[in-house]
Write a new protein. Structure first.
Length: 145
């Protein structure tokens, strides 16, 4: 039986896709310009971190918080069985990324990226764990791959 896609599923899809697209652009930007200048991210934010430039953070951002979320978003849209659980893991990964980033470089408010993506992470978790989303993506109602 085909259920109508609930608004919460659309919101989750948009949040995950937003994370993926912004992660891809941010990751590519940091990888191409490891100084961070092109993205207006000061290199001095890395003082005290294990990184001399943004190459490694950019690569991790590109794959973990860019490409993977786009794959998850496609799975959510196509209603594939693993996509809801993976969106939970994405929300956790994004929050861990932000917490570690704040622990290593401190809270940066200009631009307020940590706040914005922290909120995105919380919202992804909230929607992924909501009863409406669990019901919509429950076994037997999703496509298996």
């Amino acid at each position: 039986m085909n259920k109508k896609r609930p608004v919460q599923a659309l919101v989750l899809f948009v949040l995950v896709l937003f994370q993926g697209i912004s992660g891809i652009f941010g990751g590519i930007g940091l990888t191409i310009d490891p100084t961070g200048e092109s993205l207006k991210i000061p290199i001095d934010w890395l003082e005290g971190s294990p990184f001399g430039n943004y190459t490694i953070p950019g690569i991790v951002l590109l794959f973990l918080l860019g490409i993977v979320p786009v794959i998850i978003a496609i799975g959510l849209w196509k209603k594939i069985a693993w996509s809801r659980k993976m969106s939970v893991y994405l929300g956790i990964a994004l929050l861990v990324w932000i917490v570690v980033e704040i622990a290593v470089i401190g809270y940066q408010h200009d631009p307020p990226l940590q706040l914005i993506y922290g909120i995105v992470g919380v919202l992804i978790l909230m929607f992924s764990l909501s009863s409406t989303i669990k019901e919509y993506y429950k076994p037997g109602t999703v496509h298996q791959l």
